[in-house]
Design a protein. Structure first.
Length: 206
């Protein structure tokens, strides 16, 4: 099977970004999500945007074009030709609005690191923590939040303008810890909790 065939297969089944895919003697393929629902993960609603959009605040959202799911955002800078499972053949001028919930067991100050090409933003509990919007090559920005024990909300709107390069990586560092890729699998409620962690689907996305 050729490399092109492997990428086409990945585009069909929508593999998770956290693990990518690796065939013999080939690099992993990092993608934006899967069409398979991940109850405790992030839900990403896909939109096509205007070619004149330069900032997330300027997005002209139309009818949602699809929904994908992932446990983490881990797409390091890569060539757009790797494809975007769940976004059909759209290689530029699209947006994905990710939302979900996560559980904090150890309260304290948490650091966040957001890398993207093009724009992205990070909201925690409805408050803007990182503004990495605009049209730009891969840029990494940092922010901090004080988090109490319990359930919290997270939202990461992202958009891709011109093709050629893409990137979207979200990392977290807890009190006294090093940065690592944020994953909802790590920040799940206790097994005896009845709390639902799946985000409510917007009415216009149904």
């Amino acid at each position: 099977m050729t490399r092109g065939s492997l990428l086409s297969l990945a585009a069909i089944i929508g593999l998770l970004s956290v693990g990518g895919v690796r065939a013999q003697d080939q690099d992993p393929v990092y993608v934006f999500g899967t069409t398979v629902v991940i109850p405790s993960g992030l839900q990403g609603v896909i939109y096509y945007i205007s070619h004149s959009a330069k900032n997330l605040a300027d997005l002209e959202k139309d009818k949602p074009r699809g929904t994908i799911y992932t446990s983490s955002l881990n797409i390091p800078p890569q060539d757009y030709k790797a494809g975007f499972p769940g976004i059909t053949k759209r290689f530029e001028w699209f947006a994905i609005d990710y939302a979900g919930k996560f559980w904090i067991a150890k309260p304290g100050e948490y650091g966040w690191e957001l890398t993207s090409d093009d724009g992205s933003m990070l909201y925690v509990d409805g408050k803007l923590v990182i503004d990495n919007s605009g049209l730009h090559p891969p840029v990494t920005l940092h922010g901090k939040t004080e988090l109490a024990q319990g359930l919290h909300t997270i939202r990461v709107p992202y958009f891709q303008g011109l093709k050629y390069r893409v990137a979207l990586v979200l990392r977290i560092a807890g009190p006294g810890q090093d940065y690592r890729v944020f994953s909802t699998e790590e920040f799940r409620p206790p097994s005896d909790s009845s709390t639902s962690v799946f985000p409510t689907v917007p009415a216009d996305a149904k």
